[in-house]
Design a protein around this ligand. Structure first.
Ligand SMILES: NC(=O)C1=CN([C@@H]2O[C@H](COP(=O)(O)OP(=O)(O)OC[C@H]3O[C@@H](n4cnc5c(N)ncnc54)[C@H](O)[C@@H]3O)[C@@H](O)[C@H]2O)[C@@H](O)CC1
Length: 499
């Protein structure tokens, strides 16, 4: 897992790197500008393009000036610089870079008023006005500048952060900053890049390393983590040579109703494909034939039998996909909650908890809740932005001692210790019904195989998205069934890699 840091921590890492590497701050800025430029050059290969570099007077602006010089040096001769020198104060490294640019290439035009700027849609704007130092909303000249750049339709590549975008904290509902097509950000992504509201400020982002002190970064306290491929590789336990179906646990999926049997089948199928030794599906009788035909490996348990069966034989139980919310399902859920055995609680089981809030306190510790945004707000109240929603998820995970898997483009896995683990696998080709049912089946499968609740949730969200990503390389749409069928391939690939 990789710690994500807030802007003030990054500043401290910056200072630490300068002191301990050691490296002069101006040289670190040069390294950042180089890293930006490498990625920029790989994307924008036409040196004849007009590139307007808009610079503020802080270190973000300093980066911009260094980038302008480096691009010019690389043969991009149509560089123009705009200085938004609206304040009295300029950073030392900004001033040094301004002097370097003027000395090295006095022919590069430098503009200071918008009347002198004509932007066309074929131009590229490098936005280096304000970066992670933003400390208040944009007003006055800065707001006008953002409006001017946005209205131009020129392609915008932002340095580190788009001007006006907060790196962390609640994102203002009306975004007044610069809209970037691409953000090339330094060392670590900003926490707010993972919230859907960031879509107003940036289309996409790329992270470039600038050699900040890794050990120091890892030592700083942060409850925001990125789920990394390395963590997954290290965590997945390969199947043992001398093992049998009993080694990998027995999972029970309680799901499906007459009209929604597909959800149960998807969930039970994904459970199987993720490697549980045995899978049982407790579905309504209407689905028996479908179950036998589509998933012959899965055993059937009737709703009636569930009442009398000893649940100890199941290492893990999931409840909810396509279950229905009628009285009989409510009773079933209540009875299950009383067993005090951790559960994976999804879909209709969450909806039942939402209509009967007293059930929340009965959710056994170590359970995993897997709401999408609507289920989450039904359960824990309406939220007006994602920052607030994730704060509630974090708080509920701690309060109830459960793992909350808040599903979204970037899924937030909130752990009982307060950590928020962000998953970056997955893609829009996966945006189809049934995906959540598959995820639930995967989580209960990992649980049955003996992984701790937090680990099971993290492995499942990563693997789910990763499988979708692999499929999206060749397929425009990735259905839940297709994804499920491909889970064993992804598992194999991950297990075969060296940790
Ligand atoms: N490790 C790092 O953090 C590195 C940072 N670098 C660059 O440094 C940037 C941060 O630099 P700074 O801390 O100088 O900050 P910025 O350059 O983002 O901002 C400069 C100043 O603008 C003022 N300001 C903030 N919000 C404003 C608003 N709404 N209206 C008007 N003025 C406002 C503040 O007083 C701030 O000091 C990063 O985004 C990055 O581009 C790089 O040079 C290399 C290393």
């Amino acid at each position: 897992m990789q710690n994500l840091l807030i802007a003030s921590q990054i500043k401290a890492v910056d200072a630490y790197t300068i002191q301990h590497e050691p490296i002069k701050s101006i040289d670190l800025m040069e390294r950042a500008a180089e890293a930006f430029m490498q990625l920029f050059l790989a994307r924008y290969t036409n040196p004849k393009t007009t590139i307007w570099v808009f610079c503020g007077q802080g270190n973000n602006g300093g980066d911009g000036l260094a980038i302008a010089r480096l691009l010019y040096q690389k043969g991009y001769k149509h560089i123009k610089v705009f200085l938004s020198d609206y304040s009295q104060h300029a950073s030392t490294d900004y001033l040094k870079n301004l002097a370097r640019l003027e000395k090295a290439y006095p022919e590069i035009p430098i503009r200071r008023t918008l009347e002198e700027v004509q932007l066309s849609k074929d131009d590229i704007v490098v936005d280096a006005i304000l970066g992670s130092g933003l400390n208040k909303p944009l007003t006055g000249d800065y707001e006008k500048l953002a409006w001017f750049i946005n209205a131009s339709k020129a392609k915008v590549v932002a340095v580190d952060v788009p001007t006006g975008f907060k790196s962390e904290g609640e994102i203002d509902p009306i975004y007044k900053g610069i809209r970037a097509d691409l953000v090339i950000t330094f060392q670590l992504p900003k926490i707010n890049f993972f919230f859907p509201e960031s879509g107003n400020a940036l289309a996409t982002f790329k992270v470039v390393p600038i050699g900040l002190a890794e050990d120091y970064m890892a030592s700083l306290p942060s409850q925001w983590k990125l789920i990394t491929a390395t963590f997954i590789r290290k965590t997945i336990v390969p199947r043992k040579r001398f093992s049998h179906k009993g080694t990998y646990g027995h999972a029970l999926v309680i799901a499906g109703n007459t009209q929604t049997m597909g959800a149960a089948l998807l969930s039970a199928g994904a459970c199987l494909h993720t490697g549980a030794g045995l899978v049982s599906a407790c579905i309504s009788a209407a689905g028996l034939i479908a179950l036998n035909v589509s998933l012959p490996e899965v055993m059937y348990l009737s709703r009636e039998e569930l009442a009398t069966t000893d649940l100890k034989k199941y290492q893990a139980i999931a409840i909810g996909p396509g279950l229905g919310v009628e009285e009989s399902q409510q009773k079933l859920l209540k009875r299950l909650l009383q067993q005090n055995k951790p559960l994976v609680i999804d879909a209709d089981a969450l909806n039942i908890c939402a209509t009967q809030p007293s059930l929340q306190s009965q959710i056994p510790a170590q359970s995993i809740l897997t709401p999408h945004v609507k289920e989450f707000d039904r359960l824990f109240g309406v939220h007006h932005n994602w920052w607030q929603r994730v704060q509630t998820a974090k708080q509920k995970a701690q309060e109830l001692q459960v793992t909350v898997v808040l599903k979204n483009q970037y899924t937030f896995v909130c752990l009982p210790n307060g950590d928020v683990c962000i998953n970056t696998t997955g893609n829009p080709a996966m945006a189809q019904g049934g995906m959540g049912d598959v995820l639930t089946g995967m989580i209960v499968s990992f649980l049955a195989q003996g992984y701790a609740a937090e680990t099971a949730a993290i492995l499942a969200v990563y693997l789910h998205g990763k499988t979708g990503d692999e499929l999206a390389k060749t397929d425009g749409v990735v259905s839940a069934s297709l994804l499920s069928a491909n889970l064993p391939k992804t598992l194999k690939k991950i297990s075969d890699m060296d940790a």
